[in-house]
Design a protein around this ligand. Structure first.
Ligand code: ADP
Ligand code: MG
Length: 598
């Protein structure tokens, strides 16, 4: 006998339902979309235990007629399309007629509904594996769908659900994403009897986003309003320094359907270009409208996202829309790294000298002290600018250039110090020392800072709250997807910027989960140092420069930041001389020519 069997229809539906219904948040997404399709202007969602125990979604939409109630739980039952051509012009969220059927194969479903054409409403009670029972009921016009006993017949799937907290936060995100875009509809979300989102219908877009993202973020938002070649882009994007450490506040919708798309994300990120530092991500909510024929809604069932057909074109329009809103030039700015510049212009490759050794991390420790003669007082420099000690020599502080580099001069040439990298090194050493000696200096916040993050981030942060505490951050759950921070390490407190704090906490998500405690801690210390350090763009006064150089001179490894990037580059005067033709072969040739020597 062969091994291959034809699966029963029940089993087939169970398998594919499992694909569509991954977790409670995918149920909430489907139910919200059905309510929106029914023309509601108020959706009330309430969940228990992250939706694992119970999900209830109520709306004041059209309701479902008795006849339709007979079939709405069957597969491929939909009121939204009837012929093939309809698929190309779909304007509703759903059309496959699969969602309710899929939910009913993995959970118990109870629907009460009332249309305005019928006097009596309908109650459907559907239990997994049994045929649904239909009876009379009454309620105001609209529909309430209650989902319980999720995955009771598929324990494996139930076991694979995340914690109620995380599942609840995923639902929170789903509701937020719809609520940001559909400002014409009210949304209320209640988690375990606590109302966590409550937006009235017909709120202005900016009021809605301020309510959902908080006024600190909203203050930085600029409006995006742009159209080109049949593509319309509308929404908001945040001016730096408002940013996040990950993509959790990159909201896209196509024709008001929330989607995620790598191309589009990159397009917006590239529009920000150098406005954001590496590791920082923009904050925005953009709705992209285009002709229905330019999108494909009929894609893979599990994705259930629309797909833009000409994504290259739309991405570049999105990028222009954001540049336009930010006031960024369209021309890319040409940049050349300092190392390339030095390589090409100053350092001779045959003679590596001290200059290139300083930028090479593998020479740390064996680096020779800069040879030095006693410094003569510099011309025109007042006594106020005392020379500083670094690398075993004395240097005059020339100053800061480009609000990023500190220039020091000695007789042999210049030292160029990256203020961020150098400060990061200093703070890293200081914090590590504090941790080793168990006396990290902390600073209390005037009042606890409350921040809402996405589900996985919250879990990650709370899971590591003991390590964070050792470093100086006291963090507690504030309920839902919010955390509260009551102390920060003192080195961080000096920066005291909420933006840096948000960005730091976001970045915790980028540390590998599997990292052992020690390396996780080290990564956190690095992140903290990085977020506490002077930034490019910060003007430093002479005292700050002096303090920084003195602190730097006491660190063990001065030549790189804690991420291994060079922090000091040496430019020898000799190489400058060569570069301008004062020294070397060219100069000798010119000298000979001038003096008619052979
Ligand atoms: P689809 O949305 O793809 O049509 P669903 O399984 O999600 O399929 O829903 C099946 C049908 O049930 C819908 O086409 C619609 O007619 C009806 N329906 C579901 N939810 C609602 C609701 N909240 N209000 C009115 N009708 C609804
Ligand atoms: Mg649907």
């Amino acid at each position: 006998m062969g091994k291959i069997k034809i699966l029963s229809e029940d089993l087939v539906s169970l398998i594919s339902a499992g694909e569509v219904i991954e977790n409670p948040s995918s149920i909430v997404k489907e139910l919200i979309e059905n309510s929106l399709d029914a023309g509601t202007d108020m959706i009330d969602i309430s969940i228990e235990e992250g939706g694992i125990d119970k999900i209830v979604v109520s709306d004041n939409g059209t309701g479902i007629s008795r006849d339709d109630c007979e079939v709405c739980l069957q597969r491929h039952s939909t009121s939204k399309i009837s012929k093939k051509e309809d698929i190309n012009a779909i304007s509703t969220y759903g059309f496959r007629g699969e969602a309710l059927a899929s939910i009913a194969t993995v959970a118990d479903v109870r629907i009460t509904t009332q249309t305005n054409e019928e006097d009596v409403g309908t109650l459907i009670i559907s239990r997994v594996g049994e045929s649904p029972k239909i009876s009379d009921s009454s309620r105001p016009i609209g529909t309430t769908i209650e989902v319980t006993e999720l995955f009771k017949k598929v324990p494996v799937r139930r076991k694979h659900l995340a914690s109620p907290k995380v599942e609840g936060q995923r639902i929170h995100e789903v509701v937020m994403k719809h609520a940001v875009i559909r400002t014409d509809v009210g949304f209320r979300l209640t988690r375990d009897e606590k109302v966590v989102i409550d937006c009235p219908p017909t709120q202005s877009a900016i009021d809605r986003i301020t309510y959902l993202w908080g006024s600190d973020v909203a203050k930085g938002l600029v409006e995006v309003y742009y159209s080109e070649a049949g593509v319309w882009i509308e929404g908001f994007t945040a001016m730096p320094p408002v940013s996040r450490g990950n993509r959790s506040r990159e909201y896209f919708a196509v024709l008001k359907r929330p989607i995620t798309d790598e191309h589009l994300s990159q397009a917006v990120e590239s529009a920000y270009s150098t406005l954001l530092m590496k590791g920082q991500y923009p904050v925005f909510a953009l709705d992209i409208a285009m002709n229905l024929t330019d999108v494909d809604v009929n894609i893979h069932p599990t994705k259930r996202e629309v797909k833009i057909i000409d994504i290259e074109k739309v991405s570049s329009i999105v990028s222009m829309a954001v540049r336009d809103a930010l006031g960024v030039e369209r021309q890319p700015i040409e940049s050349q790294s300092l190392e390339e510049f030095l390589d090409e212009n100053i350092l001779s490759r045959e003679d590596p000298g001290i200059s290139s050794r300083l930028v090479q991390t593998d020479h740390i420790g064996t680096l020779p002290a800069v040879e030095h003669t006693i410094l003569e007082p510099f011309m025109g420099i007042s006594d106020a600018v005392k020379p500083v000690n670094l690398l075993g020599g004395l240097f005059r502080i020339v100053g800061q250039i480009h609000k990023l580099y500190i220039l020091l001069e000695d007789e042999e040439g210049l030292l160029v110090i990256d203020q961020h990298a150098a400060h990061e090194r200093v703070l890293y050493d200081e914090l590590r020392k504090g941790i080793n000696e168990d006396r990290v200096a902390i600073q209390e916040m005037l009042e606890p800072f409350v921040l809402s993050l996405n589900p996985t981030e919250v879990e990650r942060i709370l899971d590591h709250s003991d390590i964070l505490n050792e470093i100086g951050f006291s963090i507690e759950s504030f309920g839902g997807n919010e955390i509260s921070i009551s102390t920060v390490p003192e080195i961080f407190g000096k920066v005291a910027s909420e933006i840096e704090l948000i960005s730091l906490l976001d970045s915790i998500g980028t540390i590998g989960i599997s990292d052992a405690r020690d390396s996780f801690m080290d990564e956190l210390v690095k992140l903290t140092a990085c977020h506490s350090a002077y930034r490019e763009g910060q003007t430093l006064n002479i005292d700050e420069i002096r303090d920084l150089i003195e602190d730097l001179s006491r660190t063990r490894i001065k030549y790189t930041c804690c991420h291994g990037r060079p922090s000091i580059v040496r430019i020898k005067k000799e190489n400058l001389d060569k570069a301008v033709g004062r020294l070397g072969h060219d100069a000798i040739q010119r000298f000979k020519k001038r003096h008619r020597l052979k």
